[in-house]
Design a protein around this ligand. Structure first.
Ligand code: TA6
Length: 293
């Protein structure tokens, strides 16, 4: 059984509302959302949206819109592979842990509501002795996730600091050979150090590892797949990162199956080359994901 089906069918430990139940996957509490418009799950650790599947895109016939690795660990303090990791307050390996500490700590469920249109869930994280061990600043960061026929994620950061951040979304695809990604623009920072770097600019296709920070992306990116197009609308972003680990890198990542690189691509909504500079005020950015046929 796939990890997504395991989560969806897991024993409920707490009923939170008509559409939201809590389950325990190994060491981590997970919110499972079952609404007429969609199914989804969010781990409290990292406020990590693990998957979201609009009802019209039945899992049996389609790749999940948000991809989750079957080898993901559900361990306290260990980042989950797939879905939408929230990288905060830094992107990448400029400090440790990789992509910031927010995805490794448990967030608090602060609000939830539901209507015919879907479910809205907010979670927050603020400074504590655990965060001060990584980073000296006072802060509050809140994510609001709206799940229905579309998926919207808004991240609001409050504090006095300069930070980088990403909604590091893993999208499910039929085959990495069959997709194109558009809307990235032409300017990018290459993150790979190897020789024979990918040369394609503009409409991206994939035939080797790709890891780029696009610095002048359009507001809307499209992943064009064989049977569907995923529309990704970013706002208040400065960059879009595109990542495919390809064969060798996938083999080096413990929580990825060797062949799984074929079935996902990361198109990430980011604040990297224009960091979020906060002066005791709140800054938000986010993304809306839709499936077009
Ligand atoms: O966003 C792309 C990237 O930074 C890659 O360089 C790759 O390492 C990936 O994220 C995954 O990082 P992680 O720390 O989750 O293993």
């Amino acid at each position: 059984m796939s990890i997504i089906n395991t989560i969806l069918n897991h024993t409920v430990t707490e009923k939170i509302s008509q559409c939201i139940n809590k389950v325990q996957i190994d060491e981590l509490p997970v919110l499972v959302i079952k609404h007429p418009t969609c199914q989804a799950a969010i781990a409290l650790q990292g406020a990590h949206l693990l998957f979201w599947q609009p009802t019209a895109q039945e899992l049996a016939n389609n790749a999940p819109v948000l991809w989750l690795s079957d080898k993901s660990q559900f361990k306290s303090g260990v980042a989950i592979r797939g879905g939408v990791p929230i990288c905060w307050p830094w992107f990448g390996t400029v400090s440790s842990p990789s992509h910031g500490f927010a995805r490794n700590l448990e967030w608090t469920l602060t609000a939830h509501k539901e209507s015919e249109q879907g479910v809205e869930i907010s979670l927050s994280l603020q400074d504590s002795p655990a965060t001060k061990a990584y980073w000296p600043h006072a802060f509050k960061v809140e994510v609001t996730i709206k799940l229905g026929t579309t998926c919207e994620i808004n991240l609001s950061s409050f504090g006095d600091y300069s930070i980088t951040s990403a909604l590091h979304t893993y999208f499910g695809i039929s085959d990495i050979d069959a997709i194109t990604v558009t809307g990235l623009g032409n300017d990018y920072i290459e993150r790979l150090a190897q020789e024979n770097l990918p040369k394609i600019v503009g409409e991206m296709t994939f035939d080797q590892e790709v890891d780029r920070i696009y610095t002048h992306p359009e507001d809307v990116a499209y992943i064009k797949d064989q049977n569907r197009t995923i529309k990704i609308t970013h706002y208040n972003h400065s960059d879009v990162v595109t990542w495919s680990p390809w064969i060798d890198r996938a083999k080096s990542i413990a929580d990825l199956d060797d062949e799984s690189y074929k079935t996902f691509v990361c198109v990430e909504t980011c604040r990297i080359h224009q960091p979020i500079v906060a002066k005791n005020d709140t800054h938000s950015y986010g993304v809306k994901i839709e499936v077009l046929d």
